[in-house]
Ligand binder design. Sequence first.
Ligand SMILES: *Cc1c(COP(=O)(O)O)cnc(C)c1O
Length: 365
Amino acid sequence: MISTPYYLIDKAALLRNLRIIDQVRERSGAKVLLALKCFATWSVFDLMQQHMDGTTSSSLYEVKLGHQKFGGETHAYSVAFADHEIEEVVAHSDKIIFNSISQFERFASFAGDKPKGLRLNPGVSCASFDLADPARTFSRLGESDPARILAIIEDLDGVMIHNNCENRDFERFDELLTEVERRYGAILHKLNWVSLGGGISFTSPGYSLDAFCERLRRFAQTYGVQVYLEPGEAAVRHTTTLEVSVLDIGFKGKNLAVVDSSTEAHMLDLLIYRETAPIGTGQGDHTYQVCGKTCLAGDIFGEANFEQPLQVGDRISIGDAGGYTMVKKNWFNGIHMPAIAIKEIDGSVRVVRQFSFDDFVSSLS
Ligand SMILES: *Cc1c(COP(=O)(O)O)cnc(C)c1O
C-alpha cells in the first residue's frame, strides 16, 4: 500500500474530460490549450497531448515545461516578462502574448516572425471573488482602451481575453462575449486569432455544450479568427484525490479527525477561496470535521459523513484535488509533501514522484 499523503490522478476520469474537450474541438473548431498554472503534472501529459492542442503559460518556466513536456502549440504569456527572460521565452514558444502595450513595445522586436498578441481586458467578468477578478478596479491585467489597441493593430496577430472564472452558466458566458464584441468588434475583425482564456466550466455535467460550440463557431466565422480556449480547471476537474490517513481523533464540541496533510500546504485554494473539499463518499451517520496537521487554527478540509466512526490509521480521500493544488504545494510547517501517483486506465496505480526531507532542505538555504 502506498503511504499517505499522496495525490492520486485517475486517468480514466481525466479521459472523461478530455473526450468532452475533443467534442468541443471538433464541433466548434476551437483549439484547446492546457493552462499550466492550474495543472502541470507532466506525467499525464502523454494522455492529455492526444486530446489538446498544446499549452499556455504564465512564466518562462511554464513555457519551457510546456514546450519540453507537452509539445503542440506553446503560447507564452506573462503579466510581465523581464529583459533577461525574453529570448528564452521566444525560443520556447509559438506565440507571445503581452500583458500591456508597454511590454509589447519593449519586447515585440525580440519575437521575430512569431505571432504577437496582447491581453485584452474588457472590464467585465463573472468572477465572484475580487481577488481573482481580472476586471477589478485598477486591474493590471491587460489593455482596455480600444483606441490604444487600434494604434498597434498592424503588429498584432491576436488577443487573449481571460474574464471567466468557474463559469458554469453558458448564458453568462454568452453575455460576456457579446459585450466584448460590442466594444471591441472593430479590433476583432483585424485579428487572426482570439483566445477566450480559461474559467469556462464546459466539462461540468449539464453544461450547454451544443450552444457553447455553436457560439464559438459563429464567433470564429464572424471575425475570421481561430478561436483558442485555455482551460485549466475544466481539464482536470474531478480527476484527482488527495489520499490521507487519520492521525488523531478528538471531540471539541464536534468530532474532529486530524489527517497527515494540510489545506495550506497541499490544497491552498480551499483557504484562499473559503471553500471546503468534497470528502469520501459523504454517506453515513458519523460526522467529522477533517482537519490538517499544521498549526494554523483554520486548517480545515471540511466536514463529512462516514459509515463508521473514524479511527487512527483510517484512510480518507479528499476530492477535486487536481487543479491549483500540486502547482501550489509548499513546505509550510515542514510537513511531508504528498507523493504523486497515477491510476492507469487498467486500474493499476504507480507512484511517479516522492518527496523527502532532502527536498525540504534543498528548498531553503
Ligand atoms: C488562470 C488562467 C487560465 C485557466 O483558468 P481556469 O479557471 O483554470 O480554467 C487560462 N488563461 C489565463 C490567461 C489564466 O490566467
